[in-house]
Design a protein around this ligand. Sequence first.
Ligand SMILES: Nc1ncnc2c1ncn2[C@@H]1O[C@H](COP(=O)(O)OP(=O)(O)OP(=O)(O)O)[C@@H](O)[C@H]1O
Length: 687
Amino acid sequence: MTVINESEAEERAYVETLLGKLRQAIEQMNEGISSSYREIIEAKKYVWENIGQLDPAERAANRIEIGLSIDAGEKSKDNLRKLYKLEQSPFFGRIDFRRDGESKPEPYYIGIHSFSEGDNQTNLIYDWRSPVASLFYDFGIERASFQAPEGRIKGEITLKRQYKIKDGALDYMIETSLNINDDVLQKELSGNTDEKMKNIVATIQKEQNAIIRNETSKELIIQGVAGSGKTSVALHRIAFLLYKYKGSLSSKNILILSPNKVFSDYISGVLPELGEENMLETEFEDLAAGELAGICPFQTFHQQVAELTEHNDDGARERIRFKAATDFVKKMESFIAYADQAFFSPEDIVVDPFFISKEEVKIGYESLDRMPLKPRLDKLAAQLSAQCRNSDGDKPDPSSAKKIKTAVKKMFRYSGLLPLYRELYNYLGRPELFKYSVPKTKTVEYCDVFPLVYLKHYFEGLTPYEFVKHLLVDEMQDYSLIQYAVLSILFTCKKTILGDASQSVNPYSSSSLPEISGMFPGAETVELNKSYRSTLEITNFAKKVKPNDTLIPVERHGEEPQILKCLDASEQLLRIGELLDDFFASEHHSMGILCKTMKQAKDLYDHLKIDRQAVYLLDFKSIRFHEGVIITSAHLAKGLEFDRVLVPFADDETYNSELDQSLLYIACTRAMHQLKLTYSGNPSPFI
Ligand SMILES: Nc1ncnc2c1ncn2[C@@H]1O[C@H](COP(=O)(O)OP(=O)(O)OP(=O)(O)O)[C@@H](O)[C@H]1O
């Protein structure tokens, strides 16, 4: 390529030239799509009209051909969408790179997708995920190198530019010697929220790029402070892996374990924006629901959190803590080893005329110790039947084999998972720690759900999700170690696990970074300490709510957070109403009114004199994220962000415990540009 484009005017002209080429490509592709659809219709018509004359082989061949044409059409439509996207903004970066041994640098324009022209497919725009594009994220004007399929390419970057092109017009251009110029990042960060999470391709930071392009870790654990881009980076990483392993990895092989449906909806725009399909998504407890179906209904995580935040139940806290403790997985393993011996009592089997000694039973049982118990007993019975003979040398008939099977099964003291699970607490000398009140609720507590699933792995076996080739776990701090133990059994694939120890909604069963790493020997751990979401003033305020020395705020200024004291509850309602009016009159797009509990959020929604069309109550049943005003709990707001955040009821009765401190911190760190808190009575000790 011989583009030079020294001046801004030349760059503007180059944008125009590129747009012309893009439009031409769009036109050609549209024509191609229309004509191939015409052909498909013709082919279908032909089959329909001649159905009687075509033999089965011809019909099958026609069907296959039509199917292939439809697939090709869909692919072209995908490419067309990418071209339309490029027409809006063809590129956002440029680097001129002189390879060692060459005399002149070559310019590379970087965009959200690649674009090439001519028969020899000259690359005019490079996809941000292409090997050469990593130069843009990793280096300034300096010696540089990148990993190409043919090996590491070394050289020198001689020019680096960043651009903002909106609706096909060059808005600004910045020449920089740095990695990603701060001015461009500042401009991006000071904008208002979109309805959903947006891509950050133009301003990915060097440390983020290292995570996105990491291909070596089997498990990559990302601990990142609030607003450090963990979720964004994880999604870009998926887009990168889909690009890199196009033939062998598709979005259907990727599963995200997300905290709730609203969060899934909130992040659902990023991958399509990057030209990829959305991945599969589920919640942790959906995994348990599949495994415990028909065994027992259970309390949900949200119900557990609601109970913890609304009632002061020391017993519940103790049960949760005990089952989330670091040594609990070990305790379960020791119980399983004990149960395997203590609850199996080998006996002589007499099914006339057959006899099997208890020694034979014991040897057979021990030799099958790699299998889950139930299939193991079935196999043991089948083996014993196959081996035994009567005095005539005959094998047992089906009826005798069935009796042998029944005899073997009875040798294990428990036939159901729940009674065996109850035994765990007798074994540990803490029977009071299993609360299962049949027939009152018939529901097990959430803290028992994953210990039960783990025990089921021993008792009946679990079925691994083999189609999943990459698992993404968000909000890692909210999962206990026993959940990770279950995860390791269900998913043997590569994993990206991310979260923030300071943002636990349930400190009694949260896990720290060292604990999680301990569950995955060989995992690589990275930390992101720079926070991009909030202004410096908001971040400093949040750091006072919950001190966090590792958090480095990005230098972006805004108004100081305000704590508004109200005389009583009714004045507080009035104040909140005024703040809402102020929001509606502003240029901001989103406002979160974040309460400690869902009950408070619901009551506030009911009592506020507001236009219900303009304000949404987000609860645990919600499946959509909405632009505008959202009233919800801190728990549900996790992972989301708003231009403005209002935290009502910031008094000492509402926020006083360790859990409350976490929730208040989460609520405050959702704010990008403005944060206000209201209270009546005494302020919370955390503000
Ligand atoms: N390199 C970047 N360029 C521009 N914006 C960025 C960058 N990194 C992060 N951001 C922005 O910072 C905000 C926070 O990102 P994200 O939600 O991914 O962070 P997080 O670490 O998952 O946050 P939290 O844990 O608080 O929910 C988003 O608005 C995101 O677009």
